[in-house]
Write a protein that binds this ligand. Structure first.
Ligand SMILES: C[C@H](O)[C@@H](O)[C@@H](O)[C@H](O)C(=O)O
Ligand SMILES: [Mg+2]
Length: 475
């Protein structure tokens, strides 16, 4: 494929390479813009994101002795190229480093990455810069787990409390939890680890599905999918709401009529409402007995979520949020104030595993259940490892908790999730389950991939090389 036709999209070969070093020295970091045309089937659609093309910025880190780490951050299509550029901007902090040094003092390295003296100005620890951080950090964890020949959850579950805590940057959160307290908690829970691990390996971890509820799906599709997931043993179902109240009532009624009153229903507004609007809307939907309303309003509005929580508590409806929570500091405020009753960590939005461990520890200490956000590209593959850490080392229960499950894009991964009887079965392959299959990478790299070239030829998508651009500015 001719990369020269797309000069604005950085190519694989252009990526940063170290010139010297040996062993676990990182010699190269590459990043690709990967996109899938999911908008064609309205898969993933919600009140705010009506036409997502599930995508990711896909990072691969190579060491001198040819170990690899694969990591990604999830995006919705346009903008993935911007995240790719941010990864390039950070790569000088990674390439040339000895991975063993990084892993020995991972918390310190994480702080270095998020505190780059000039780049932090365009964050800090939020938005595009933090998505790029997540992709890199996730690749480093995959590398570490592969070197140790363990799936990531097992790598973490086998760590001594002190080693685990050393991976975390506690800056800005010591008012809620200190490293010493974290060690103490993990030590107290340590004797149960073996039993919890055996239970996880036998039973798996419970999942709920959002596949039935995308906003752009027809009645027939919703009906057919509810039956499918019921027959696969699912007991909890999430529906997108928030655009049209009458339509929401109709769809909630439809889903309830199929799943019955004994199953769990959640609804998700993806930030579409003002605070008072959220409360009024949910009062109308209360009759369908949703367990939670997810992202009722702006993901930054802690006090707004608190107001919604207080207003809806008497109706038995909780508030869930977190998939767009910017970082551990925002999570801290949501958790401290009681503004979230379900904490939805996302494996690729905040700065990767290190920061997510901090959120798990705060949630545990403050007594809030973690139900990870998943779906997208590779999010199910990743979060299963994180929630297993919680199950084995921290909360040691799955009571009232689930991992989200969406049946999309798994076939593109070398080690896709394995869900049996509505439970995630613990992955066994070394790493973080983040490696894309070669064919996927070749087919769906934007815009040069063979599948994209076919889609451009069919007229279903516009080839970016034909999108008019502004003429260069005259000086
Ligand atoms: C655009 C995406 O599909 C979102 O709708 C999705 O992540 C969603 O919020 C979810 O909770 O799964
Ligand atoms: Mg959501």
């Amino acid at each position: 494929m001719n990369y020269d036709e797309y000069p604005e999209f950085p190519r694989w070969e252009k990526n940063f390479t170290a010139r010297s070093g040996e062993g676990l020295t990182i010699r190269n970091l590459s990043v690709r813009d990967m996109r899938w045309p999911t908008s064609l089937g309205a898969h993933g659609s919600d009140a705010m994101h009506t036409d997502p093309d599930y995508s990711c910025a896909y990072v691969v880190i190579y060491t001198m002795n040819d170990n690899e780490g694969h990591g990604l951050t999830f995006t919705l299509g346009r903008g993935t190229d911007i995240v790719v550029q941010a990864v390039h901007a950070l790569s000088h902090l990674v390439v040339g480093q000895d991975a063993a040094d990084i892993f020995n003092d991972f918390g310190a390295f994480w702080r270095k990455l998020t505190s780059e003296t000039q780049l932090r100005w365009i964050g800090p620890e939020k938005g595009v810069m933090h998505l790029a951080t997540a992709a890199i950090v996730n690749a480093l964890w995959d590398l570490w787990a592969r070197i140790q020949h363990k799936p990531l959850w097992k790598l973490i579950a086998d760590m001594e409390p002190e080693q685990l805590v050393r991976c975390i940057d506690f800056r800005y959160i010591t008012d809620v939890i200190t490293p010493e307290e974290a060690v103490k908690i993990l030590r107290e829970r340590k004797p149960n680890r073996d039993r919890m691990e055996r239970e996880a390996l036998t039973r798996g971890y419970p999942a709920y599905t959002t596949q039935v509820g995308w906003l752009g799906y027809s009645n027939e599709t919703v009906t057919q999918l509810c039956h499918k997931y019921l027959s696969e043993g699912f007991t909890a179902f999430k529906l997108k709401v928030g655009q049209d109240l009458q339509d929401d009532k109709r769809r909630c009624k439809l889903v309830r009529s199929i799943i019955g009153d004994d199953k769990i229903l959640m609804v998700d507004a993806n930030q579409n409402w003002d605070v008072q609007e959220a409360i009024a809307w949910m009062k109308e939907l209360a009759v369908f007995k949703p367990l939670w309303i997810e992202e009722p309003t702006s993901p930054d509005d802690v006090l707004g979520h608190l107001a919604v929580s207080k207003a809806l508590a008497p109706l038995g409806i909780s508030v869930a949020t977190g998939e767009m929570c910017a970082n551990r500091v925002m999570f801290k405020q949501f958790l401290q104030s009681g503004a979230m009753q379900y904490c939805q960590i996302d494996s690729a939005r905040i700065g990767g595993v290190n920061e997510i461990l901090a959120v798990y520890l705060m949630a545990y200490k403050l007594g809030v259940k973690v139900c990870p956000h998943a779906g997208g590209v590779g999010l199910c593959e990743m979060v299963q490892h994180l929630q297993l850490f919680d199950y084995i080392c921290l909360s040691q229960t799955s009571e009232g908790r689930f991992i989200e499950y969406v049946d999309q894009q798994h076939e593109h991964f070398v080690n896709p999730v394995h869900v049996r009887n509505s439970h995630y079965m613990p992955p066994k392959a070394p790493g973080y389950s983040t490696e894309l299959r070669r064919e996927a990478a070749e087919g769906y790299e934007w815009p040069v991939g063979s599948e994209w070239q076919k889609l451009f030829a069919s007229g279903k998508f516009q080839d970016p090389k034909h999108v008019p651009t502004l003429p260069p500015t005259k000086h």
